[in-house]
Design a binder for this molecule. Structure first.
Ligand SMILES: [Zn+2]
Length: 264
């Protein structure tokens, strides 16, 4: 386990890297997580933080001995600002290919935006944690709703696997957004779930697997129904976009999230 502290503060602006399998590294930050596959076949980044976390992204790659230009491809679970910032920067800076499920590409390119806006956030400011969360992420958005990636394309799949380093399998887990995908690294026993479920969030009193608050989902009922799709994964480690890693079978994580449901 290695950590870093970019910017001098103690924890909030820092990150922690946990190596969860032979080639997968879980990068945990206070507000959102990303994952790095670094193997003999190259480096794949899965999700990429807010635009304001670019320094953390670079530092997290350095912590595992890699440079940003070594990233062969970025797979995004979905096109929300907290998962896209680094991808937009890598695509612009180095021409790094960015891929998402075909149904999600419009969100990633920002021709569609299935994301909680200011009105939904304002309508929920009375909920515990929402004001503090909104103020914290405002600085990470650097004044805008978050960049899209105009060059993003659909997952390059062959024989049911994605042709990027690590060759994960994509699972469509719709609801949070229309084309939200999870990425299953079966050889590593690790499932990257994005926001299909979370294990903790600043706006939720629940600890453990759960759905994010309903305002964050494009279609909350669909997000709940889709949890069952995670059961097809044999993986024993589940990496969410928000909260700590879940060490245990993917189907148990899905069941726990179903039992907890949405905090509100
Ligand atoms: Zn998210």
């Amino acid at each position: 386990m290695v950590g870093g502290d970019v910017g001098g503060d103690d924890h909030p602006r820092g990150f922690r890297v946990d190596r969860v399998s032979e080639h997968l590294h879980f990068v945990h930050t206070e507000h959102v997580n990303w994952v790095v596959y670094a193997g003999p076949d190259g480096v794949t980044l899965l999700d990429s933080g807010y635009v304001g976390q670019r320094d953390l992204l670079v530092a997290s790659l350095a912590a595992i001995g890699r440079r940003p230009e070594e990233v062969a491809a970025v797979l995004v679970t979905h096109g929300h600002a907290d998962h896209l910032g680094g991808a937009a920067w890598l695509a612009e800076q180095f021409g790094t290919p960015v891929h998402a499920h075909a149904d999600e590409v419009p969100n990633v390119r920002r021709s569609v935006m299935e994301q909680a806006g200011g009105a939904q956030v304002l309508g929920n400011v009375f909920r515990p944690g929402v004001v503090r969360w909104a103020m914290a992420i405002a600085s990470l958005l650097e004044g805008g709703p978050g960049l899209g990636v105009p060059s993003a394309t659909a997952l390059p799949e062959r024989d049911g696997r994605i042709s990027v380093p690590g060759r994960p399998r994509a699972l469509l887990v719709a609801g949070h957004t229309t084309g939200h995908a999870a990425y299953d690294f079966e050889a590593e026993g690790v499932l990257v779930v994005g926001d299909a479920l979370a294990t903790r969030h600043a706006t939720s009193p629940i600890a453990g697997p759960q759905l994010l608050p309903s305002m964050f989902h494009h279609d909350p009922e669909c997000a709940r129904r889709s949890l069952g799709r995670l059961r097809s994964s044999p993986s024993r480690v589940v990496l969410p976009g928000h909260g700590e890693a879940w060490i245990g079978p993917a189907d148990a994580a899905a069941d726990a999230a179903l039992a907890n449901g949405w905090p509100w």
